[in-house]
Each structure stands twice: as structure tokens, then as C-alpha cells.
Ligand binder design. Structure first.
Ligand code: THU
Length: 165
């Protein structure tokens, strides 16, 4: 038996002034996206914005449903819209933010497991890492360069390849 470890890396920004202009602009887009959130059940409003390599910015927000599992997170709304509309475009970065009146969100909103898996698939399709910018209401901003920092040991399609015997 061997003990092994995986290290993940992220940047943390305590004030918006220290962010790169590009990141700050995408956060502004995510803040606009939150306005389209439909979250009457959780009252946790999430907005996401994607920057594509064709220059487009795609917004998404969480869309809930009275049959809870039928709702979808902001990140996947944005990612599926982007890849449906521009299948050949690469996603350079995604910014995610949240709004809620019930508590101060000291930690930035971090994509859920399913969204992480979809981000991983998007990276695989484009063979390029995605910059993931996580922020929130009054929260610090955390940034990772690539999904491996959020989803180490991820499930990969290679595991599904059939072996010709
Ligand atoms: N949610 C997102 O949209 N993105 C995340 O990264 C975390 C959670 C949504 C799903 C649901 O509508 C609400 O937030 C509460 O979980």
C-alpha cells in the first residue's frame, strides 16, 4: 500500500480591485445573470457567465421546479446553452455568483458535483482548461485554473472505451 496525495490550487482575492479586469467583467455579467434566476423554493439565486473564444458571453441562472430534481443549476443552464448555440466554440472562463436574502454568504458559491462533471466534459471536448471564478454576496473570490482543481479523480469517458478482444 502507498499513501498518495493530490494537490489542488486556487487563488483568493479579498477585494474586487485586485482582480484582473477580464475576471471582474465576467463577474459583472454573472451579477446580471442572477436577475434571471427562478428560485422560489430555495430562495438561493445563482448566476453564471461564460466567456467563449468567439468573443460571446453567455449567461445562465438557476431555474427551479416544484418537482425539485427537474430544476437546473445556473452553470449547466449557461454551459448547455453555450454548447448548443456554439458547439465549436471553446469556453475560456466561467464566473459564478449568488444572491440570497437569508444569510450572508461568506464563502463563494462553488459549482455542485453535477456541474463540475459537466465542466469536466466541456474541458474534454475542447482539450483546454476552463478558468472557474467563484464569488458571491460579500464573499471573497476564489479562482481555479481548470476543473482538476475542483474535481480531482474525476470520472472520464476513457473508462468507457470497449476493449476489442
Ligand atoms: N445552485 C446553482 O445554480 N449552482 C450551484 O453551483 C449551486 C446550487 C442552485 C440549485 C438550486 O436552485 C439552488 O442553487 C439551491 O441549491
Amino acid at each position: 500500500m502507498k499513501h498518495k496525495e493530490i494537490i489542488i490550487r486556487y487563488e483568493e482575492y479579498e477585494d474586487v480591485e485586485s482582480l484582473l479586469v477580464e475576471d471582474s467583467k465576467l463577474i459583472d455579467e454573472a451579477n446580471e445573470a442572477v436577475k434571471g434566476s427562478y428560485a422560489p423554493y430555495s430562495e438561493f439565486h445563482v448566476g453564471a457567465a461564460l466567456k467563449l473564444d468567439n468573443g460571446m458571453v453567455i449567461r445562465g441562472s438557476n431555474q427551479e421546479n416544484s418537482a425539485y430534481p427537474s430544476g437546473l443549476c445556473a452553470e449547466r443552464v449557461a454551459l448547455f446553452h453555450a454548447k448548443s448555440t456554439y458547439p465549436d466554440a471553446s469556453v475560456i472562463a466561467i464566473a459564478v455568483t449568488c444572491r440570497t436574502e437569508h444569510f450572508v454568504n461568506l464563502d463563494p458559491v462553488a459549482p455542485c458535483g453535477s456541474c463540475r462533471q459537466v465542466i469536466a466534459e466541456t474541458e474534454k471536448r475542447q482539450s483546454d482548461r476552463i478558468r472557474i471564478i467563484m464569488t458571491g454576496d460579500g464573499a471573497v473570490t476564489k479562482i481555479v485554473d481548470g476543473i482538476d482543481n475542483l474535481l480531482p479523480m474525476k470520472f472520464q469517458e476513457e473508462k468507457l472505451k470497449k476493449i476489442n478482444r
